[in-house]
Design a protein around this ligand. Structure first.
Ligand SMILES: CC(C)(COP(=O)(O)OP(=O)(O)OC[C@H]1O[C@@H](n2cnc3c(N)ncnc32)[C@H](O)[C@@H]1OP(=O)(O)O)[C@@H](O)C(=O)NCCC(=O)NCCS
Length: 157
């Protein structure tokens, strides 16, 4: 059983492990902390296993006014394909909905098929492309966005 909650300072080593195991050029500790320390307009969610013994994934989000950006998402390689990525996105979307955020944006490498499949399944649609955006590989960045639905007063009865 996996649980998703707001990150706490003690998660940092686990978040850094997820980063190192997920990306050839992982974010620095400073970058992760800039989301994890809960500054205004930024936040981090941590996915843990059932006993909270292990950080298995995380998501970093930033927002301003009624728009947000999903800045990072990663799951430990051994735990992928089990719905943890989907759970992290659902949690971020719930947060956006509560904050009356209207649009959630992200960018992804053109060759990152698992991430693109997950984003499409979660209602993101392509809105643009940045040619040769990633300096290390020359890959394009695909830009995706998702509209966040809000309950209208009549929906709540
Ligand atoms: C993207 C990522 C977070 C997804 O996490 P996850 O826990 O595996 O996500 P889920 O299990 O919810 O869903 C994974 C989806 O990818 C699909 N998938 C897995 N490998 C795939 C592949 N090689 N090609 C296409 N789809 C693939 C799965 O089938 C699943 O979709 P489905 O449920 O429709 O079948 C994870 O792959 C990851 O950490 N990747 C490395 C970091 C990264 O690239 N992050 C994104 C930066 S933009």
């Amino acid at each position: 059983m996996v649980n998703v909650r707001r990150s706490v300072p003690a998660d940092l080593p686990g978040l850094m492990r997820v980063e190192r195991e997920s990306f050839p050029t992982p974010w620095s500790e400073e970058s992760v902390l800039s989301f994890q320390n809960e500054p205004e307009h930024r936040l981090c969610y941590t996915a843990t296993d059932d006993r909270e013994a292990e950080v298995v994934g995380y998501l970093a989000l930033q927002y301003v006014d009624d728009e947000a950006e999903l800045c990072n998402i990663a799951v430990l390689p051994a735990r992928r394909g089990g719905g943890i990525g989907a759970l992290l996105i659902d949690t971020a979307v719930d947060f956006c909905s509560r904050k009356s955020i209207r649009l959630l944006h992200l960018e992804v490498r053109e060759n990152n098929a698992p991430a693109i499949a997950l984003y499409r399944r979660k209602g993101f649609y392509p809105v643009g492309i940045r040619r040769g955006y990633y300096a290390d590989s020359g890959e394009d960045a695909f830009l995706f966005s998702r509209i966040i639905e809000h309950e209208s007063p009549s929906d709540t009865g």
